[in-house]
Design a protein around this ligand. Structure first.
Ligand SMILES: *Cc1c(COP(=O)(O)O)cnc(C)c1O
Length: 455
């Protein structure tokens, strides 16, 4: 088979800036060893997130110009709503400025003390919104997900017997149940259609509304097409439609599979809840026909939602991640396997076996990638998911570094450069020392925490 190439040509370019290793050492110290605090201009290849960093297409930029900025009843809202309903199928579409605003609406109206909300793995903002409301966020991902090296094709699946047990033990306390496709906090791994069907049936059996955190629904649909028997002949859109037909609603960050720089929505079937959400939306986001978006955003996103389901794009998208995983594994760098949809997840504990979890090995790897290559990744380990309880650190169960791929932004040469940087880090792996936290916020601490080298 011929090489899978980037299925686009480049029409507008944006220069990226090289810095020296010495400069980057200083920048890192000034940023308190937290790459979230580095100026983006000082980053060469920015893999901090695939959120809001996608390149829009010529067709999306053209759509921007026809945006209708009317406060109420904007034409662009109706176009947006129509596209969302075509793919997602829900009765009510509530536009928000990004995914967490949709989560906030649900958590505010349905969360609260005593309530528990299950998921495969809650993403950090989902968990934070639920916990902030006083409710509990419960992770019930399948056991295969815990084995980083297992090649199980649907490691985002929920453990159905555990879900059933959980719902039986917590009758009346579960205001809604979720699943995240693909499972971002669990390696960008997909959920199978068979599992989605079982999740839906189990929630229904217990009378629990089923909400899909659908940020990467197109990538999940592509994995189902590739890996699940009976779906090879279906289009990604048909698969997506089948997924959402199983649920009662969805939260969406259009900064992911919507090809947007900003945007999101909450979609629901239930009229009363939709009405309550809209009332709260007016208070926090804006009028129900724009939420937190401009008319031009909604136009560009309606086009993006169509482009994200194109097969050429999805084939290239998923292959990019797979290619980096293959090359890194060949070097002996352990990653979450199989390759996920939007990011490479490097196992920092096996990369720096000499560092205990209390020394934040994944944060160290993030810093070293920046120091040696100007590459910015993100820690998904004890800085993000660990906790400080009375000054004692409770570690996370994994120490991963996520290298998220902005959509349609970097080329294969950028990826090859990154692989060379890993070769350098491997040679110097014994020389590094750990980090400790100097200052932290009570929630979502990883965004702003200050670190300091241990020696
Ligand atoms: C990004 C993300 C969110 C939150 O969306 P924002 O647009 O960043 O607010 C929620 N869930 C998952 C799985 C995500 O990846």
């Amino acid at each position: 088979m011929p090489e899978i190439i980037e299925p686009f040509r480049i029409k507008a370019v944006e220069p990226i800036r090289s810095t020296t290793t010495d400069e980057r050492c200083q920048i890192l110290a000034d940023a308190h060893y937290n790459p979230f605090l580095i100026h983006a201009d000082d980053v060469l290849i920015d893999l901090l997130t695939d959120s809001g960093t996608s390149a829009m297409s010529a067709a999306q930029w053209a759509a921007v110009m026809v945006g209708d900025e009317s406060y109420a009843g904007s034409r662009s809202f109706y176009r947006f709503q129509e596209k969302v309903q075509e793919i997602f199928g829900f009765n009510f579409v509530i536009p928000t400025h990004q995914g967490r605003a949709a989560e906030k609406l649900l958590a505010t109206l349905l969360g609260g003390p005593g309530h528990k909300i299950p998921n495969n793995n809650h993403f950090d903002t989902t968990r934070a919104n639920i916990e902030y409301s006083g409710a509990e966020a419960i992770d019930l991902v399948c056991s295969e997900a815990k084995d980083l090296g297992s090649d199980y094709p649907f490691k985002g699946n929920i453990d159905i017997p555990r879900l059933r047990e959980f719902l039986a033990a917590n009758r009346g306390d579960v205001p809604f149940g979720m699943v995240t496709i693909t499972n971002n906090a669990g390696g960008g791994q997909p959920v199978s259609m068979a599992n989605l069907r079982e999740i839906s049936a189990t929630y229904r059996e217990f009378g629990v509304p089923f909400i899909i955190d659908s940020c990467r629904f197109a990538e999940n649909a592509w994995f189902i097409k590739q890996r699940e028997p009976g779906y090879g002949h279906k289009s990604p859109k048909e698969i997506a439609q089948e997924i959402f037909s199983l649920a009662d609603g969805a939260t969406m960050s259009l900064k992911k599979d919507g090809f947007g720089n900003i945007g999101g929505f909450l979609a629901l079937n239930e009229e009363k809840l939709a009405e309550q959400c809209r009332n709260l939306l007016i208070l926090t986001e804006g009028f129900p026909t724009y939420g937190g978006m401009a008319g031009r955003d909604m136009e560009a996103l309606a086009v993006g939602l169509e482009e994200t389901l194109q097969e050429d794009y999805l084939r290239y998208r998923v292959r990019t991640v797979e290619y980096v995983v293959e090359r890194l594994n060949k070097l002996g760098v352990q990653t979450v396997r199989p390759a996920g949809g939007h990011a490479v997840y490097v196992d920092a504990r096996s990369f720096y076996p000499q560092l205990p979890q209390s020394a934040f090995p994944a944060q160290v790897l993030v810093c070293e990638l920046y120091r040696h290559g100007g590459i910015r990744g993100v820690e998904i380990g004890s800085a993000m998911f660990g906790r400080s309880v009375d000054g004692v650190e409770i570690p996370a169960d994994k120490e991963l570094v996520r290298l998220a791929m902005p959509r349609r932004v970097y080329t294969q040469a950028h990826m090859n450069y990154m692989i060379e940087v890993f070769e350098v880090l491997l040679k110097e792996r014994e020389q590094v020392s750990g980090l400790k936290i100097l200052k932290q916020a009570p929630i979502l601490r990883h965004f702003t925490a200050w670190f300091e080298p241990l020696n």
